[in-house]
Each structure stands twice: as C-alpha cells, then as structure tokens.
Write a protein that binds this ligand. Structure first.
Ligand SMILES: C[S@@+](CC[C@H](N)C(=O)[O-])C[C@H]1O[C@@H](n2cnc3c(N)ncnc32)[C@H](O)[C@@H]1O
Length: 215
C-alpha cells in the first residue's frame, strides 16, 4: 500500500481526496519541509499580499499551518478561516492552531458555505490536486464567488517531478495524483472561472504558485 493511501484512510464518498490521518500528515509535513516549512508558507502569505484587517479563507487547510500564519499576518482586525472536508484534520487544526481570529470548519472547495464576496483573500496550499478533477472547475468558481471584487487568490501545489527516478519514487509513494499533477492547468482554469491571472512562479523548489485577482 502507498503512503498516500495510508494517509487518506477510510474513503469519504463526498470527498475522495480527504486525508483522515491528521497526525501522520502533520509529521510528514514537518519531514518534507525539513526545517523550511515556516519560510516556505510565510512566502505564500507574503505573495498573497495578506495584510492587517484582511479576511482570509484557506481552502483545504489540513492541520492549519498556513491558516495560522495568515491569521498572524491579518492581526489586528482580520481573521483567517480554514476549511477541509476531513473532520480529523479540522479537529487537529482547532486543537493545534485555533485562536480567536483563526478558526476551522468542515467543508469542501467545490461547495463553500461562505457568503458571496465575504473574503479579501483566498489561499490554498498543496490541496488543489486533492479536489476531484470533475469538480475542480466548480471549486475555482466557488473561490471566485466568495471573494470580494478586487480580492486576491494564491494557489500553491506540488510540481510533478520531471526526471524518471523522481516520477517512479513519487508515483510509488504518493501516487499518480502527485506524480502527474497538472499544475499548468491551474492558470487557464482560474481564468475560465473569471480571475485575472497576475503571476506564476516556483517556490521552495517544488511548489507551483499562481496568483490571481477577481476583477
Ligand atoms: C496535502 S493536504 C494540504 C494541507 C495543508 N493545506 C498544507 O499545506 O499542509 C491536502 C488537504 O486537502 C484536503 N481536501 C481533500 N479534498 C478536498 C476538497 N474537495 N476540498 C477541500 N479540501 C480538500 C485534504 O483533506 C487535505 O487536508
């Protein structure tokens, strides 16, 4: 059995990409970023232009590391909310990182509960490839809907390995979702959802980041 399958645990019919083993994911995340987690995620918060007073939504927030950094950056006056379909993830995020201005809710990217225009910024790290292909476009339209006009979005996801060895290793451990992750489709799909794409960049060697704005 692959590591990716172990992390996912019992499949959730509504959210097949949900990760149920929250503690194992947290440990893996610390290991994968090898001491650079704060710097890498901090860069994402800075690239998203998160500022004091902002209302930030983190989609697929997992254990809430990025959400918590965003919550620090929006103080004073702002708030950060993380959503994830996995109840164990939401529970762990609340325990580890919940604060007065940093909260977590169970939810799916393709069916956001938030009201139209209720956020200034949407961020998402390492989660786009977990959203089923069939509803990914819908998820981007939902992110568009919950942003106010002029609001920003920053999506960061794993770049697929290029070399043969990397592809074999990632395919065997994480699975085809990460090995063949179509990150080049993120920008055109955001544009289809109505966003104006502002930049595409590479962060920390293995992240593909797209920054866009709702006109
Ligand atoms: C690799 S983790 C990333 C977690 C966190 N953002 C981080 O950077 O550590 C991917 C997360 O996406 C969540 N996920 C799966 N399907 C989703 C969906 N349809 N909508 C939103 N999040 C989803 C998983 O439960 C998991 O917590």
């Amino acid at each position: 059995m692959r590591l990716g399958q172990l992390l996912h645990g019992q499949p959730d019919a509504q959210a097949p990409g949900a990760i149920q083993h929250a503690l194992a994911y947290e440990v893996l995340s610390v290991a994968v970023f090898a001491g650079r987690r704060k710097r890498t995620f901090g860069r994402l918060v800075a690239m998203a232009g998160v500022a004091p007073g902002d209302r930030v939504l983190d989609v697929g927030s997992g254990p809430g590391y990025l959400t918590a950094l965003a919550a620090e950056a929006v103080s004073p006056g702002g708030r950060a909310v993380g959503i994830d379909p996995s109840e164990p993830m939401v529970g762990q995020a609340r325990r580890l990182r919940g604060t007065e201005n940093c909260s977590f809710e169970v939810g799916r990217a393709e069916a956001l509960a938030a009201a139209d225009g209720s956020f200034d910024v949407v961020v998402s790290s390492l989660a786009v490839h977990h959203i089923p292909d069939a509803v990914r476009g819908k998820a981007f339209r939902e992110m568009f809907r919950v942003l106010r006009p002029g609001g920003r979005i920053l999506l960061a996801d794993f770049r697929p390995p290029r070399g043969r060895l990397g592809r074999v290793l990632v395919g065997a451990t994480a699975g085809p979702g990460m090995r063949d992750n179509p990150v080049d489709r993120i920008s055109p799909m955001l544009a289809e959802a109505g966003f104006r794409v502002e930049s595409e960049s590479r962060v920390g060697g293995f992240l593909h980041c797209v920054r866009a704005r709702k006109p």
